[in-house]
Design a protein around this ligand. Sequence first.
Ligand code: SAM
Length: 303
Amino acid sequence: MKESDFKHIPVMAKETIEFLAVKPDGIYIDTTLGGGGHAEKILVKLSDKGKLIGIDQDGEAVIAAKKKLAKYQKKTIFVHDNFKNLELILSELNVDKVNGILLDLGVSSYQLDNPERGFSFKEDADAILDMRMDQKQKLSAYEVINNYSEEELRQIFFELGEEKFSRQIAREIMKRRREKAIKTVNDLIGVIKSATPPGYRFSHRHHFASKIFRAIRIEVNHELEALREVLPQAVHRLNRGGRLVVISFHSLEDRIVKHFFREKKNEGVVDILTKKLLIPTMEEIALNPRAESAKLRAIEKII
Ligand SMILES: C[S@@+](CC[C@H](N)C(=O)[O-])C[C@H]1O[C@@H](n2cnc3c(N)ncnc32)[C@H](O)[C@@H]1O
């Protein structure tokens, strides 16, 4: 896949920009730079005095975003890191408080569509099970599938994937891997097929393996932990009137965000701007089906 193939349509872009209420001279952080879609929408609103700090833990995303956003070079700082290190990143940049922070969670279309990254469950995929967003990281999907215990696998599939055949799939993985390692995306799809009744494959709107793949991805990248870690840091680094916008794609992520926002509201630290969570319009979903499960929540710091 070439860098020019780095395509990702920013989800709920209009709503995101409205809630961030971008001030031309402000400092903004896009903690999930991805294809640079949201970042560009922020950058066009910034004056030469404004700054955007763009973070992604995926080195390929940072390289592609640097190219895409080259004309905004003077007002952009690119950082290849995990957003869970937000406080450290800002301290190293000598930045104290900022006007707005965006978290657009999950994976980019580029990561999903690039077979070499092992995120996709398209059946033609001979890719090695990988799913690491940060390629420097050790833990990969291969390790999870071939080294975790049956109980750990069952739990991940059940809790992170909400998969009703979690037990059967975990058991089948143990059986297969006693014969030989489960190496490729195809191998894993084969295991899921063997562990589930034939009708199950056709009873979903989505691919029957999607829940298992999503669960493994969340585990490999410690996505829920990173989210829990970044939220308090983000609120701490907002100045008074600063905005935090979070777009999530999984009910577990949304629950973490919702509870955190409520807690901060009760402490009198923030106002919740989205009394009800926001979801994409039918028109947006028709144009970009990957927006389907998006949920947007936003707060404003008031102290
Ligand atoms: C949904 S995409 C963002 C797309 C982007 N908003 C756009 O408009 O192009 C999510 C991105 O966040 C990155 N990401 C996910 N978790 C991260 C984390 N903990 N730290 C840093 N980057 C992360 C992924 O590598 C991916 O590139």
